[in-house]
Design a protein around this ligand. Structure first.
Ligand code: KQY
Length: 388
């Protein structure tokens, strides 16, 4: 290790009454240190989110999105501690909407996608939690990225780890938390569309990317799916397409309508999953989760989003990348997006069957979808771990 004691803090700062410390960075990798990336379904210490405010991504000065984010935070806070990072100017608004059960800390960001800008946590064999800080380029940098600049987002993972008092690995590749799902037992699920996209790591080939993913998550097997959800502006994040229920079982967003361009994507993913073996050498059970919609942005919704040169333009009639796979798993529950009254009930029933011991809590999520993601994308868990 680069250092040996957690007490060797280098500096202290205050964030809304939270004392934080910048811990030295590890020069080794999580894999070399015997770490693994837990599944999201494993116990959590808590959940982190960010507060939406940019008017060129969220309509009507972000007010409807803020209400939706607050509903998600309050739903999760029934099951585990939630911290929301907010800008100084939004602190009071956020605190009022989030209520007393949610911790609010000042934290600068460019938008509100904690899954992608927050740390990916790993645990050592002794159960000590550490964080991986990936390089971030706003889902594609100057080649199709969603906004510019993104320098505040790029610092979020580090700040979260400082506030949590967790040690950090700095990964030498662009990646987002929503681009990987772990089964906690050595298997990673990813899409080629995202991780092999030249707008992420143009100088790295597939084998090098796979090796880096393994080095920084402790995974031994990477299962590559092809494309992500149709019209997904993240270049096809896995977290909108498929996720693990437990080792050996995957939920897949599946579009049955053969005339929908999403059908071919779902079916390709289904076949790849059936053919795959996980890190234990086992085949996977694949559960199909129907998709909402198709859903489109209305003219009224698009007109509420400010047009700027620094952010992707929102257009009326655009297909929305809606998926019920984009849920969050707090301790003892599933917080799922409600997106389409005709399909929500079926999705809820399938989720209940997949997670019989968890409460299923639905939260209206169209406002989050309008910003380009959903409940999973705006949350990031800190695993409980189990060590000293
Ligand atoms: O899929 C995610 N993990 C994040 C979605 C980000 C969308 C940005 N507009």
């Amino acid at each position: 290790f680069f250092f040996s004691s957690r007490r060797r803090h280098t500096r202290f700062r205050n964030v809304t009454g939270v004392q934080t410390c910048a811990l030295p960075i590890f020069r080794s990798t999580p894999a070399a240190d015997g770490c693994r990336m837990p599944g999201e379904f494993e116990p959590h210490r808590g959940c982190w989110m960010l507060w939406p405010q940019r008017p060129d991504n969220w309509r009507n000065a972000a007010q409807p999105a803020q209400r939706a984010f607050a509903a998600v935070a309050r739903a999760i806070a029934r099951f585990e501690p939630v911290t929301v990072g907010v800008s100084t100017e939004q602190r009071d608004v956020a605190a009022r909407l989030l209520g007393s059960r949610v911790r609010v800390v000042e934290l600068a960001s460019d938008d509100a996608w904690m899954r992608d800008v927050g740390p990916t946590c790993v645990v050592t064999r002794r159960g000590v939690v550490r964080g991986v800080d990936w390089r971030f380029n706003a889902w594609g940098g100057l080649d199709g990225g969603l906004y510019f600049p993104w320098n505040r987002d790029a610092r979020v993972a580090r700040r979260v780890l400082e506030i949590e008092g967790l040690q950090r690995y700095r990964a030498p590749m662009v990646c987002e938390g929503g681009a990987i799902h772990s089964d906690g037992a050595g298997t990673l699920l990813v899409t080629e569309q995202c991780l092999l996209n030249p707008n992420r790591n143009p100088t790295l080939g597939k084998q090098r990317i796979e090796n880096l993913l393994k080095a920084y998550t402790g995974a031994r097997t990477v299962i590559w799916l092809g494309a992500g959800v149709w019209a997904d502006e993240t270049s096809g994040h896995i977290d909108n397409l498929a996720c693990f229920v437990a080792p050996g079982c995957v939920l897949l967003a599946y579009e049955e309508n053969r005339r929908d361009p999403m059908h071919r994507i779902s079916h390709d993913a289904y076949e790849r999953l059936l053919a795959a073996r996980d890190a234990r050498g086992e085949h996977l059970q694949v559960v199909k989760l129907p998709m909402p919609g198709p859903l489109y942005m209305t003219a009224r919704e698009a007109s509420g989003v400010q047009r700027t040169r620094g952010a992707k333009r929102r257009r009326a009639g655009e297909r929305l990348a809606a998926s019920y796979v984009n849920f969050y798993l707090p301790n003892g529950a599933v917080v799922m997006p409600l997106l389409d009254a005709r399909k929500d009930v079926v999705a809820r029933r399938i989720l209940k069957r997949a997670f019989p011991d968890r409460r299923i809590v639905g939260v209206p999520a169209r406002e989050i979808l309008l910003g380009g993601g959903n409940i999973h994308c705006i949350t990031q868990q800190i695993p409980l771990g189990g060590g000293a």
